[in-house]
Structure formats: C-alpha cells, structure tokens
Design a protein around this ligand. Structure first.
Ligand SMILES: C[S@@+](CC[C@H](N)C(=O)[O-])C[C@H]1O[C@@H](n2cnc3c(N)ncnc32)[C@H](O)[C@@H]1O
Length: 250
C-alpha cells in the first residue's frame, strides 16, 4: 500500500523492478537532468495544444483507469484527473526525478499516483487499465514493439491505446531532432507505428495528424528548428496520433 495525499491506495503493481538495461539507464539519467532543469513542467506549453484534441477523442469516463506512459512532470495527469474523477490515473516514467516532480505536482489529487518504470516492463498487473495514453515519449523507447506489447498486456479487453508523437518520418520538419538529442531515437513512419500496433494485437488501428494552431513567433531563436518558417511548417504538418483497441468487451 502507498499513501497518496493522505489516502491509502491499493496498488496492483507487480513486484518487478525496472529492467536495468543500459538504454533505460541512459534514458533515466538524461531525463533526470531534464527534470532537474525544470523542463518537465515546461513541456506542457508545447504539448498541450496537440494533447487536448486527443483527450476529446479518448472519451474518458469518470470511472476509467488510465495509464500515462512516459508521464514526465505530470501535467497531463492533472488534466486526466479532471475527467477521471472516480477511477484511477497512473503516471509511469523511466526517470525517477520526473516521477518525483509528477508526485509533487499532483499531491492533492487522490485518484492520481506516479511510479517509476519502463514501458518495456510496465510494473503493473495485466488487464487493469481501460485506456493508455503516451505523449512525446514513444520514439525514445529502446524497443517500441516491446512497449506496445506491454501496453496491450496491461489493457483490459475493449481498452484503447493512444500514442502521440511529434518526431516521425512523415514530417520532414522534425528530422533534425535526431542529431540534437543525446539519447537514441526511432524515426518511424506512421504506417510503421500502425503495423507495430497490429503486431502487438491491437484492432481498429488508425493514425491521424493533430496540427498545432499556436501562432508562431516572428523570429525563432531556439535550436530545434532552422527558423520561424520551419517551426510553422512543422506545426502545420502536425503531430502523429496512432491508436487502437484491445479486442474484446470491457
Ligand atoms: C519528451 S518527454 C515527455 C514527457 C510528458 N509526456 C510530456 O508530454 O510532458 C519524454 C518522457 O518519456 C520518458 N521515457 C522515455 N523513455 C521511456 C521508457 N522507455 N519508459 C518510460 N518512460 C520513458 C522520459 O523519461 C520523459 O519523461
């Protein structure tokens, strides 16, 4: 049992420590640095405009049990908790420092908890969650196919998975990120992601683009895009959403 904001939650977690692969260790160290620099909270600004349409599509119900895989500092856990008022919202992240931030940022929400763990070995019992969402995390997973198989395992029959990413092959305006990031990434096409969903067992697999209507700056001074025009083109192409359902009745 673990206490979250004074309420004792029964945690159906599996007794499996995070897979201590070198890849996971590198991810943990890199994203711990991001968390310590406050970048976990800062990502909300960039990811909120593409995430809100996904929340609408997910049709969350008050009694849902939702996993956010790669939850970062937990801003999405708070949004999920506004909709999932009677069920359970669980954030999981390979970075224990991100998890600490997420716990702190959600401390007063009794239906929310955050746990350290890697998507290739989700520390949770099978068939628990009704929905799994993941924002801007999947292209970092060392073995995305294994991650999708684990997500399939922890979903109830009839449950659904929603993966949103900004770094994918069909959007040429993000390809430069691979060289700027200090951890390995996967630059896959929408159809390759969809195929991995199907191979993991998902049905009704589809993908969609979520464009970002945020007005761009007149001048871009960051390092991720060549200039303001490329940032605008990137946002117009949109993020990639891939989703599918676990066959069966919930
Ligand atoms: C770009 S951040 C996005 C965080 C959050 N979803 C958001 O939108 O603010 C990527 C997150 O994925 C996490 N992550 C990367 N690989 C992971 C893995 N294999 N298992 C779980 N989390 C992972 C990182 O630690 C990091 O917090």
């Amino acid at each position: 049992m673990e206490s979250v904001a004074g309420r004792r939650l029964r945690i159906p977690a599996r007794e499996s420590p995070m897979a201590q692969t070198t890849e996971n260790q590198n991810l943990r160290e890199e994203f711990n640095r991001w968390a310590e620099a406050g970048r976990g909270e800062g990502m909300k600004d960039d990811h909120l405009p593409i995430t809100l349409p996904v929340l609408d599509r997910m049709q969350l119900a008050p009694g849902d049990s939702v996993l956010d895989a790669g939850c970062g500092a937990g801003w999405l856990l708070r949004l999920l908790a506004e909709r999932v008022t009677e069920g359970r919202v669980v954030g999981m992240d390979v970075s224990d420092e991100m998890v600490r931030h997420a716990r702190r940022n959600c401390a007063e929400l009794p239906q929310v908890m955050a746990v350290p763990g890697s998507v290739d070995e989700i520390p949770w019992e099978s068939e628990f969650f009704t929905k799994v969402v993941s924002v801007e995390s999947a292209y970092y997973w060392p073995d995305p196919a294994a991650g999708l198989r684990e997500i399939f395992r922890v979903l109830r029959p009839g449950g659904s998975a929603w993966i949103l990413i900004n770094y994918y092959r069909d959007n040429p305006h993000c390809h430069q990120w691979g060289e700027l990031l200090t951890v390995p990434t996967h630059l896959l096409a929408a159809e390759e992601w969809a195929q991995m969903f199907r191979q993991a067992g998902f049905a009704g697999v589809e993908h969609a683009r979520i464009s970002d209507p945020t007005p761009g700056p007149a001048e871009y001074t960051g390092r991720w895009f060549r200039d303001a025009a490329q940032l605008a083109a990137f946002r117009a192409e949109g993020a990639l959403l891939v989703y599918g359902a676990k066959p069966g009745q919930s």
